[in-house]
Design a protein around this ligand. Structure first.
Ligand code: ADP
Ligand code: MG
Length: 256
């Protein structure tokens, strides 16, 4: 059985997992990200919140180059994200992503969803890929659903499959984009519990979420974005009890 330990990432080791410098991005004329600077150390857990349309998804999608940016630089685990396709590929190997709408392949079983990329991208032998996938499905507490199709599962179960699928690629960094916001309320907790367990294992995580209980529980830093900028960034206690900026106060008063 392959080892199921997550990528070694001692908490706060001081080594940079993600470095974003002066990132600027436009959609046509629209300046969507403005001078974004962020350094994430290995093992750090970052929660990103902010109003709809503030650029949260765009920012984290730039980290694995699902979106291009026009100015500035991104370095992931020491690899500069350039236009070089080989580099983009290297970075994508390091970064797992979980989306709001699960994005599972509906015509593949849960197990096949989890083994597809390891077999075809990583050239892993099928048996090994299946063993690893089963271990991660066990970890997200749905090993019994392995032979089912996504459409036969609840939203919470599908999202846990999406997390297991990302983990099967052995990422060093996990990006979450509002992973619970499409779920019925009773399913939010099972997904958050999975994320907390990942965080406790030392995974480097950037999570766009408005689940402030989660932020208080696991975040090392909370970021507030508005209109394409990082307006405020602080450790959770200070962030929630003493927000510095008027826009942060306003936002928190609406969601808390
Ligand atoms: P958030 O995740 O904070 O809700 P997004 O990053 O999705 O915000 O979007 C930021 C802004 O960029 C929004 O105004 C959105 O309409 C715009 N936007 C997002 N994607 C595109 C795109 N592909 N083309 C043009 N505008 C876009
Ligand atoms: Mg978004």
């Amino acid at each position: 059985m392959a080892s199921m330990s997550l990528a070694a990432s001692p908490r706060d080791s001081g080594e940079s997992a993600v470095q974003i410098k002066d990132m600027n991005k436009w959609f046509g004329e629209f300046h969507v990200l403005k001078d974004v600077n962020l350094e994430v150390r290995r093992g750090e857990r970052i929660v990103i919140c902010g109003p709809s349309g503030s650029g949260k998804s765009t920012m984290i999608r730039c980290i694995n180059r699902l979106e291009e940016f026009q100015k500035g630089s991104v370095t992931v685990d020491g690899i500069p994200l350039t236009n070089d396709l080989k580099r983009i590929d290297e970075v994508r190997r390091e970064v797992g992503m979980v989306f709001q709408h699960f994005n599972l392949f509906p015509h593949l079983t849960v197990l096949e969803n989890c083994t597809l990329a390891p077999i075809w991208v990583r050239k892993m032998p099928k048996k090994e890929a299946e063993e690893r996938a089963m271990a991660f499905l066990d970890r997200v507490k749905i090993p019994h659903q392995a032979k089912k199709y996504p459409g036969q599962l609840s939203g919470g179960q599908q999202q846990r499959v999406a997390i297991a699928r990302a983990l099967c690629m052995n990422p060093k960094i996990m990006l979450f984009d509002e992973p619970t916001s499409a779920l019925d309320p009773e399913m939010v907790k099972e997904v958050l519990d999975t994320m907390v367990s990942l965080a406790n294992d030392g995974m480097t995580m950037l999570c766009v979420t408005h689940e402030m209980g989660f932020a208080r529980q696991v975040a090392d830093r909370v970021i507030f974005m508005d209109a394409g900028q990082i307006v405020e960034m602080n450790e959770p206690n200070a962030f929630f009890s003493h927000p510095q900026h008027e826009r942060t106060k306003q936002f928190l008063s609406q969601i808390l």
